[in-house]
Design a protein around this ligand. Structure first.
Ligand code: SAM
Length: 482
């Protein structure tokens, strides 16, 4: 029998099927145990210390009890603690990013993805370096500073050299006052050597969705291609960290398997990274399967309602309080509105999920990876965030100042965020307002900046941030950061 060991490097041992089944049983047995639930909620609450706040997080078993609980009063408590944690560690900032699809060539057979090898009618496209340049200029002209590059797995068409060249091209483009300052990478599981190359190319986060932690389902959902290897895929983050990448992003594609199983697996994966590498995931994404070219989400049995989705998101927030949470334009404005109050700290805006989509005037659909629900332009998303008292942040300072992995986490924990990330968010928002915003968004944005500057506790930092914002207004100087 395979034993459960969070510190093991073997997929079956750190994501242990038996432990997940026992966790689900424990959660069912305790879902109405009010005393235990109150204890768990108490443990999850942020506690003020001398300089800032700390949070203990929850184990996969504790968090699974909260997820099993159906009592609406307890759910409201979970939601309110999720928001408290988000405010304590991330304030009211929401980091902005956009995906950039480089190539939809793929040799895998993933049943939920329209890029699967057997899809013979979808046009296959791979951007040349010149086309990447056009995409990046279009993204810079929208105001983006942070990208997540996406590509199918194809060793012939999309070898690592292609990805590395593309990253180099992206970082080299400076159009008007624009530049891309952080490139996150979402490509298939690869070798330690390739992860080292990605690290040397200056990537931010390496993102890889597990899709499902349920091995049997995983093997069925990935019937062919290199992605079929569950262990290789599940152990990818350990290889990434061995290759020197500090910031890794986890995710589950909700809808494929039973959500409570996935949730337990996801939190166990975070515990594993903490146990082995001393630092948990930098981000967790919560995508749901969407309609796409030849994909009908209805063909999978485990679709989840918006309410369940909210419940899962809030429980992740309580379990891993220091991890950023990402929600993409797969979700509608309404769903995003709700999740922003439950701990999400990063969203995409103005996204196009087709290869070469940004350089086109009209949104193309022919090579799209999935239907985009939130189709608003970035300016509208920025304005909507501010209307709801969130600061849209285009900041990329942490990783460029070497604050990655546990160094980022300790910044979070010792309360320096308010003197660092907060002014950085305001300065990058000012850049957006000066260079890209509509007149209304600009007016709204400067009002927000004026209010928010007062919240910077350190007087010197506050003064400097205000000075830099004046410089951004009155000159072409950009990229100030603490
Ligand atoms: N090819 C890489 C891999 O295999 O991990 C990653 C890039 S893929 C373009 C990014 C993610 O899109 C996948 O990991 C999957 O979770 C998600 N995805 C695929 N099909 C989807 C669909 N129909 N709806 C929503 N998300 C989907």
């Amino acid at each position: 029998m395979v034993k459960y060991d969070p510190a093991s490097l073997k997929a079956d041992e750190f994501i242990n099927h038996r432990e997940i089944l026992e966790t689900l049983k424990y959660a069912d047995e305790n879902k109405d145990n009010t005393a235990l639930i109150e204890e768990i909620l108490e443990k999850a609450r942020p506690v003020k210390n001398g300089r800032g706040c700390t949070c203990r997080g929850l184990s996969h078993r504790e968090a699974s009890v909260l997820l099993a609980c159906e009592d609406p009063v307890i759910r409201e408590k979970i939601y309110s603690i999720a928001d408290e944690i988000k405010q304590a560690f991330y304030g009211n900032r929401i980091v902005m990013f956009a995906p950039l699809y480089l190539s939809n060539y793929c040799v895998n057979g993933c049943l939920y993805c329209p890029y699967h090898l057997k899809n013979k009618h979808i046009p296959r496209k791979k951007l040349s370096q010149d086309e990447i340049k056009k995409e990046v200029i279009a993204l810079q002209d929208m105001g983006h500073k942070r990208l997540a590059i996406e590509a199918g797995e194809d060793p012939v068409n999309n070898p690592i050299e292609y990805i590395l060249d593309s990253i180099k091209t992206i970082y080299s483009i400076h159009h008007k006052n624009g530049d891309i300052r952080r490139v996150n990478v979402n490509i298939a599981a690869t070798t330690v050597e390739n992860y080292r190359k990605l690290k040397d190319a200056g990537i931010g986060t390496y993102i890889l969705f597990q899709e499902t932690y349920h091995k049997e389902s995983y093997l069925k959902l990935h019937p062919t291609g290199p992605k079929h290897d569950y262990d290789y895929h599940t152990e990818a983050m350990d290889r990434a960290m061995e290759g020197g990448i500090d910031d890794v992003g986890l995710g589950v594609l909700f809808g494929l398997e039973m959500y409570r199983y996935e949730f337990a697996g996801l939190i166990m994966h975070a515990e594993h990274l903490e146990a082995v590498h001393g630092v948990g995931p930098h981000t967790i994404s919560v995508p749901r399967v969407k309609k796409a070219d030849d994909i009908d989400p209805g063909q999978f049995d485990n679709g989840i309602s918006d309410d369940t989705f909210a419940h899962i998101t809030a429980c992740i927030r309580l379990a891993v309080p220091y991890t950023g949470m990402i929600i993409s334009t797969r979700e509608s404005r309404e769903v995003r509105d709700k999740l922003l109050k439950l701990g999400v700290s990063q969203i995409s805006g103005g996204s196009r999920t087709s290869v070469g989509g940004y350089a086109e005037d009209e949104r193309p659909h022919d090579t799209e990876q999935f239907d985009v629900s939130d189709q608003r332009p970035l300016d509208e998303v920025v304005s909507w965030l501010m209307e709801n008292d969130h600061i849209p942040s285009f900041c990329t300072a942490c990783y460029r100042e070497g604050r990655t992995g546990d160094r980022f986490m300790s910044l979070c924990k010792n309360g320096q965020i308010q003197n660092c990330c907060h002014p950085n968010a305001l300065m990058t928002l000012a850049e957006y307002l000066e260079d890209y915003a509509s007149a209304e968004t600009k007016e709204q944005g400067y009002k927000m900046i004026e209010r928010e500057l007062q919240k910077i506790p350190n007087e010197k930092t506050r003064g400097l941030a205000a000075e830099h914002i004046e410089e951004i207004k009155n000159s072409n100087r950009r990229d100030f950061r603490f």
